[in-house]
Design a protein around this ligand. Sequence first.
Ligand SMILES: Nc1nc2c(ncn2[C@@H]2O[C@H](COP(=O)(O)OP(=O)(O)OP(=O)(O)O)[C@@H](O)[C@H]2O)c(=O)[nH]1
Ligand SMILES: [Mg+2]
Length: 319
Amino acid sequence: MKKNKDNFQQTKDQKENKQNCGFIGLIGRPNVGKSTLLNQLVGQKISITAHKAQTTRNRILGIRTELNTQIVFVDTPGIHRTEKLLNRKIVAYATETLRNTDLNLWIVEPLPESSLHKKDLSFLHIEDQGILKLLLEKAKRTVIVLNKIDTIPQGQILVCIEKLAGIADFAEIVPISALKSTNLEHLLETLKKYLPVHPFYFETHQVTDASERFLSSEFVREELFLRLKQEIPYSVAVIVEQFEDDPKCIKIACTICVERESQKGIIIGKKGEMLKKIGTAARKKIERLLGNKVHLALHVKVLKQWSNNAHHLRSLGFN
Ligand SMILES: Nc1nc2c(ncn2[C@@H]2O[C@H](COP(=O)(O)OP(=O)(O)OP(=O)(O)O)[C@@H](O)[C@H]2O)c(=O)[nH]1
Ligand SMILES: [Mg+2]
């Protein structure tokens, strides 16, 4: 009954042009906390996170609906300089996003103390200098979000804000901690001011446009990212081969693609122990996501140099 009432109110607001809805891009260098922030803003884990750079490889939508406001957040891969084909493709997802959104959040980390005295833009990380240029040239409007303020003293937060305010005429600067959920309500209130009047793009209950299939493959990749060292996380891709939606137990089978035979051995581990650990941890996360019992089968195969091969990248969905 309540749902019908809500739907009736939604339709009425829509007819009276009272709905605000827009796309907001989460833009920044790798590892600054974009995906952590997305998950906090939609109240659910839909984008994987890790302490390693270049975790996110796709554009991932997170939708937050409150009364007559719907914000569609777009998580993006970290923008960085790179020669590798996979990385060039994922950086392009981010740069395309920032051109097409109603507003962008430029997520930055606290400036290191050693750079605070620098007068020109060199106090910014070199990759942030590139992002600044892109935002000034291509983006409609930008709000700077200073993340990870839990890692620095109060006084340093103010100095960082002062430095960032001097860069350009951006709409606002909002200090937050995505991890500790600090100041997120204030951030949301700030963002609502910049949303256009527009009917909702998505159903009110929807939190993402990503399929359960895609999210399952991402949760497997997250475990690979968290547990493997050096270059291996960057050499894996996960494909879902089977997804059988049986209410008693959902059967999922994934192939983990690696670039070299030696990597396959490391992922499988002694007597298959590593792969077993990865599978158990990923299965638990997928069960939480789907609210159902899951059977997860993992298989590892070598797809030589896939991350630098246009044909393999296309077959893995990187267009
Ligand atoms: N201390 C602290 N750590 C944070 C905060 N937000 C994110 N992190 C940590 O920073 C690391 C990177 O977070 P992600 O959300 O994966 O970063 P990202 O910007 O999405 O990274 P890419 O996808 O690689 O571009 C993780 O270890 C997070 O736990 C924060 O507010 N404070
Ligand atoms: Mg990310």
